[in-house]
Write a protein that binds this ligand. Structure first.
Ligand code: UN1
Length: 501
């Protein structure tokens, strides 16, 4: 048992009483234990959530916001402990663990503001003495399926919006990160207790957590009582979820794989580009859906940029994520390491020149998988480059014309994030235009990862089309009602139709 984890769990209010052992990607040590649920438990949880919905949907939205405000307060109080647990369970370096909890706090603030801004339109009626409007009503139970790499923030994006929108949440986290989920749930329950102690009545079961296997996710996907299934993870998972939810006419919000590219043009500030590429490609050990996986560089700056990148790559400190100065933590598990090795092998077979990619620190951490980030010069955008490998591999391609670079950028099945480094306004605008990047996120002079919560987050094509987090993503969690009110003493029909007896 890892004693640091033991203390963190205690400080976060998680009591341990047996269950499956959960191991850390950092060193393979047991961090704690988790009891796993089965599908029948999920059916009961959905039923309880539905009862909560009936009560919660009529609580005024700004009052619902009060719960989320207090949750944000509790998160601030426990930021360092939860962040450290994220580091131990998901392998993130300290500042990224803190950053993940900061995303949770930020979305709380955003959702609280939103709780007074769930606006509908008023619409001009063609009939005299009539008024048309739209209202946004709570939609029902929201199921959240989340991935290991953002084990708590992605749940918070969904849960905080869902709660202010009037929807209870049922959460099935990744099997790789159940402890951070338990800690988050304990903090949420602390917020519930605090709001109740201050005199506000709250229904039971506004947010429930069930740890366990794929059968739990399937129960969420198939239940007609789950109005929205928000799923983050692989395209393979999304292919299973999307059609099944659609088959029962449920709603799904999918945030799946990315294959994000940075284009570097001749006018680019190469110092800036280098920093953006390093964090984008190798930060979080390449395990973000927004990780930069492809670099498309103009021939005139290709060699010097790649040379600088190659040098900087070898200077990134790999190690225990909570040790001062570490920039690259471990891969999540052995399977992930093997997928990385297999991708590098395929890249070599497809004409790539690979540097890095070897296992590191195996003597110090024989049960963990640290790797040197890899750089692969590719002759073309081959099969392996079109595939998302969840590891720090950066494929480098060369271009001559910007249109060619944009075509390469778009010519992959995924469509999440993209960037251009340029100081030429024409190039930047071309990249952002309708004929430019086809991704949900397109940036200028910043990298592909590390988006702020205020924007809508998600992407097109195999990324699944969903938008979470900021902007008007809240509309996913509500249903729209169009209302026409007649305040006249006549009953004119629309389109001039006559139906008089
Ligand atoms: C993810 O990897 O699923 O933009 C989410 C980013 C983070 C969120 C990533 N804010 O990189």
């Amino acid at each position: 048992m890892n004693y640091q984890a033991d203390q963190l769990l205690k400080a976060l209010g998680v009591t341990q009483n047996g269950g499956r052992a959960v191991r850390s990607p950092v060193d393979g040590a047991v961090l704690g234990y988790v009891h796993e649920a089965v599908a029948a438990d999920m059916h009961e949880a959905i039923e309880r959530a539905h009862q909560a919905f009936v009560a919660w949907r009529v609580v005024p939205a700004p009052k619902r916001g009060e719960l989320v405000r207090v949750f944000g307060e509790v998160l601030r109080e426990h930021k360092s402990e939860l962040a450290a647990l994220v580091s131990l369970e998901a392998g993130k370096i300290a500042s990224e663990g803190l950053g993940e909890v900061q995303e949770m706090i930020d979305i709380c603030d955003f959702a609280v503001g939103l709780s007074r801004q769930l606006y509908g339109l008023t619409i001009a009626s063609e009939r005299p003495g009539h008024r048309m409007m739209e209202q946004w009503h709570p939609i029902g139970v929201v199921g959240v399926i989340s991935a290991f790499n953002f084990p708590v923030a992605v749940w918070a994006w969904n849960a905080c919006l869902a709660l202010v929108c009037g929807d209870p949440v049922v959460w099935k986290p990744s099997e790789k990160t159940p402890l951070t989920a338990l800690a988050t749930q304990a903090l949420f329950e602390k917020a519930v207790a605090r709001v109740r102690a201050a005199g506000m009545a709250l229904p039971e079961n506004l947010a429930q957590l069930l740890n366990g296997g794929a059968d739990l996710g399937e129960a969420l996907v198939d239940s007609p009582k789950v109005a929205l299934v928000s799923a983050t993870g692989s395209t393979r998972m999304g292919r299973a979820v999307g059609p099944r939810v659609a088959a029962r006419f449920g709603r799904s919000l999918l945030e799946l794989g990315g294959n994000n590219a940075i284009i570097v043009t001749p006018s680019a500030d190469l110092d800036l580009a280098l920093r953006g590429i390093l964090f984008g490609a190798y930060g979080t050990a390449g395990q973000r859906c927004t990780t930069t996986r492809r670099l498309i560089v103009h021939a005139s700056v290709h060699d010097q940029l790649v040379e600088r990148l190659e040098k900087a790559r070898t200077q990134l400190r790999i190690g225990h994520p909570l040790e001062e100065g570490t920039l690259i933590g471990p891969l999540v598990d052995q399977a992930s390491f093997e997928q990385m090795q297999s991708a590098l092998q395929r890249a070599r077979e497809q004409g790539g020149v690979v540097t890095g990619g070897e296992r590191r620190l195996a003597d110090r951490f024989p049960q963990a998988y640290y790797v040197e980030p890899a750089l692969v010069r590719m002759p073309a955008q081959t099969e392996v480059v079109c595939h998302e490998t969840f590891a720090p591999i950066l494929y480098v391609l060369r271009y001559n014309e910007l249109s060619e670079a944009i075509a390469l950028q778009n010519d992959v099945p995924q469509g999440l994030s993209s960037s251009i480094f340029t100081n030429d306004v024409r190039e930047a605008e071309q990249f952002l235009s309708a004929a430019g990047s086809d991704c949900g996120i397109a940036n200028v002079n910043i990298g592909t990862s590390g988006a702020e919560i205020g924007g809508a987050f998600g992407g097109e094509k195999e990324t699944g089309g969903g938008r979470e987090s900021g902007s008007d993503a809240w509309k996913n969690y509500m249903r729209r009602a169009t209302n026409t009110v007649n305040y006249s003493r006549e009953l004119p029909l629309a389109q001039g139709v006559r139906f008089d007896v």
